[in-house]
Design a protein around this ligand. Structure first.
Ligand SMILES: [Zn+2]
Length: 63
């Protein structure tokens, strides 16, 4: 995967992984239906559905 360039300009969320107490940006998947995040330390993954209603929130805490 050479996603580095394609990730620029894509929407992202800021997640705080409570498991390891670290922040990480997560980007939309290619279909634009989910945000896919992975804890950089324990590699636990998380998926957020993107709601059609939308939300102004751009920062979340996850476990
Ligand atoms: Zn973790």
């Amino acid at each position: 995967m050479t996603d580095d360039a394609t990730l620029r300009g894509r929407p992202y969320l800021s997640l705080f992984f409570e498991c390891c107490r670290v922040y990480q940006r997560v980007y939309q998947d290619r279909a634009g239906t989910h945000y896919l995040g992975r804890c950089p330390r324990c590699l636990g993954s998380i998926r957020f559905a993107i709601s059609p209603d939308g939300t102004a929130r751009r920062a979340f805490r996850v476990k």
